[in-house]
Design a protein around this ligand. Sequence first.
Ligand code: TRP
Length: 362
Amino acid sequence: MDIKYKEYPFIVCLLTFIVIAVSSPAMEKKEQKSIVMSGIRPTGILHLGNYFGALKSYLRMQEEYECYFMIADLHSLTTHPDTKELRNNVLHVMSEYLACGLDPDKVALYCQSYVHETTELYTYLNTLAYKGELEKTTTFKEKARRQPDNMNAALLTYPVLMAADILLHRALYVPVGKDQEQHLEMARNFANRFNHRYENVFPEPLAFNFGEALVKVPSLDGTGKMSKSENQSATLYLSDDDDQIRKKIMKAKTDEGPKTPNAPMPDYIENIFQLMKLSGTEEVYEKYSADYNSCIIRYGDMKKQLANDMIAFIKPIREKAIAIRNNETYLKEVLENGAEKARKSADITMKLVREAVGTKYF
Ligand code: TRP
């Protein structure tokens, strides 16, 4: 090629322009963000464990990914057939999600039963799930023990419905706790079976967290984690009032304190420190650690401090959630807009599914 010297400036300009265009934020935006999907059953009120174990990382994810966060009301029917409290529970969880900072403009925040494509995909996936593997699922065996009088078929196919939730958006990342990992593995199996039997439609969904974000929040009585429905007096709920928070914390188990410097901590003391780390400042935490290590710690003072820090943390969330819960016009709008966003993504997937399976006849 014969390039004249006087054409150089033009070529340099053109190359510079291309480099800038390709690396500009406007171009980056077009890049497809990875899809994140998760759900929560509306069968209890949110507690500190839900906040630090899940919600806090959702807040980060909503800035970086295309997120679908769903309230699994259909799942709750498998264990809670009485629906008297259902509406209130769904709106309550939704209000708390919003109060914690989930932004319906950034994520699709929706209710499972509003997105009918979910149950359509559930039907297709049911043909790929084996009775034997469903019966072997840990959560199924547990529920069979707990509710022998209500062994409904949807209990057996619970993991299939969950797989439908995830695959509906062809999600890549699913932030879930340990107790849901088996379900997620089953979702991967169903996705692979579908891809093999028909066409490649689904990516394999993976468990996801930000590493350090997967925090276990211990209960206040030194036994296990905070829980939605068990040992309520040892669990701090996002809806607890100041008095309840203080009372629960002051009742937490302690002892006379360490007798030797730098002694190992018993579980129940470690738990109090862990809660302090989550809610208080670094200085406060360091001060009490130092007091512990030099055997001058006063647990009464420590718990008072922890109670104050917890109240300062929970109160604004609680008040915001109450205000949102009282604004049903707003909640209705959030639910409808969320469902619309979810349906848009579901619609694309279901077209691919029907075509792959062969139920699109014309
Ligand atoms: N099974 C989950 C639980 O009990 C809730 C859930 C339903 C879910 N659908 C989901 C979680 C999809 C992650 C992805 O907590």
